[in-house]
Design a protein around this ligand. Structure first.
Ligand code: ATP
Length: 424
């Protein structure tokens, strides 16, 4: 874990938020490579969930909504975690984190005393308006409610018919009691969610729940996550969120233990019912649809993709990221930076790939070629193209594979096809 955290800082994936002022607990900034990785994950999700399906449309709702939304959805009452406070140093913890509580006890030589467990609301308050007293509103604690309050707008403005889904990606905020494990538990984070609306039917909705559970697991595997490190975990009824009839998590075996990647929830008619929204079929039948939700964290996905991709051998550090999400798809080098013919030819190839083929490419002409390869391995660039003296004679380049470190020679005019086939 420490190695990935330090790589993230050193190579510009993730920085501590407000670092020059000592940081701010639970907030993180994504650097030049991190923003690419995170955007690629979001783009891939959108492509697979929205563009490749006829029954799902997208939405981008506001972060701040009328506080009545949160009143109706039950979040102001029930979006809570159990909290205990250490009576000696007044530090606060989540009551269910038994290991953490035990560890804290040893900081006070085992002479620990805890307060009674209280419920702590995770919603982040903001004060708005121009007259005093200002109005209390909330930064959304989950992006989901923005979808529900727009349910009728989407039905009325598009041709969707039940069963159909609404997909959304966006920021959510939770005043977490104990943010930690790097970006795993933050106070500001992004979610990528699908709300899939079905007819109210026990057997049918269970089938949809199982379908999405499997789809979402397959998605992570298709992007290269090691299958052995993924599992489903069912929530016991008493531990389910206030809205859930069924809940299962996809978990990843992180260095800090099996941890939630994404939640699949059967929300029944809870939310549309609370907002008093119904659906009318063409024939006139009217009902409150049930909802199956898949709710993944973009930041957790970014972290788990990084952790899973990190490999080390005696010689090098390699991020074996799927080419689909790697920040750069290809790097182009001239073998020597002081030979103008090599630099010119390499620059032409680089610009062609970048501007005409629209593949995100990196350029490097510093230091020796071995160092350049290692620098690209460490940030997960799947292929490196080198222009050498033979290129000037026969218009071929070497292309090196990140994972095997093997090189092959190919014709320059076959390069586009070579890369495009592998990026599909
Ligand atoms: P946890 O049990 O870890 O607090 P949760 O069950 O409250 O998570 P959900 O409300 O189901 O989480 O949120 C859906 C997804 O949003 C999670 O699977 C996770 O990927 C992401 N997520 C939730 N809380 C955070 C957070 N504090 N920081 C980063 N990602 C989060």
């Amino acid at each position: 874990m420490e190695k990935v955290v330090s790589l993230c800082k050193r190579r510009g994936f993730i920085f501590q938020g407000s670092e020059i002022y000592g940081g701010y607990a639970g907030f993180w900034d994504y650097g030049p490579l991190g923003v690419e990785l995170k955007n690629n994950i979001k783009k891939q999700w959108w492509k697979d969930m929205v563009y490749k399906r006829d029954d799902i449309v997208g939405l981008d709702a506001a972060i701040i909504m009328n506080p009545k939304v949160w009143e109706a959805s039950g979040h102001l009452k029930a979006f809570t975690d159990p909290l205990v406070e250490c009576k000696i140093c007044h530090k606060r913890f989540k009551a269910e984190d038994e290991e953490v509580l035990k560890a804290h006890g040893s900081e006070h030589d085992g002479k620990i005393a805890w307060t009674e467990t209280k419920t702590f609301n995770l919603m982040t308050e903001v004060m708005l308006g121009v007259v005093e007293p200002k109005e209390k509103a909330y930064l959304r604690g989950e992006i989901t409610q923005g979808v529900f309050v727009n349910f009728r707008n989407v039905v009325d403005s598009t041709r969707v018919k039940i069963p159909f889904g609404i997909a959304q990606i966006g920021k959510a905020f939770r005043n977490e009691i104990t943010p930690g494990n790097f970006t795993f538990r933050s106070r500001e984070f992004e979610q990528m969610e699908l709300e899939y609306f079905v007819e109210p039917d026990e057997a049918g909705s269970k089938k949809t729940f199982d379908f999405w559970k499997e789809e979402r697991m397959k998605w992570y595997v298709s992007l290269g996550i090691n299958k052995e490190k993924l599992r489903f975990r069912e929530h016991e009824p008493e531990k389910r969120a206030h809205y859930a009839r069924l809940a299962e998590d996809i978990e990843y075996n992180a260095p800090f233990g099996w941890s939630e990647f994404e939640g699949i929830h059967h929300r029944g008619d809870y939310d549309l019912g609370k907002h008093k929204l119904t659906y009318k079929e063409e024939g006139g039948k009217e009902y409150t649809p049930w909802v199956i939700e898949t709710s993944g964290g973009v930041d957790r996905a970014t972290l788990f993709f990084l952790l899973d991709a990190y490999h080390e051998d005696e010689k090098r550090v390699v991020l074996k990221l799927s080419p689909k999400i790697a920040p750069f798809k290809v790097a182009v080098f001239p073998l020597l930076s002081n030979k103008d013919e090599l630099v010119k030819k390499a620059k032409d190839i680089y610009k062609h790939l970048r501007d005409e083929v629209e593949i995100v490419a990196a350029w490097d002409d510093r230091g020796n070629i071995g160092k350049r390869y290692f620098a690209q391995d460490e940030i997960g660039t799947p292929w490196c193209v080198t222009v050498d003296f033979q290129t000037l004679e026969d218009d071929t380049v070497t292309i090196r594979d990140r994972d095997t470190a093997k090189q092959e020679r190919i014709k320059v005019d076959k390069l586009d096809e070579y890369l495009q086939n592998r990026l599909r």
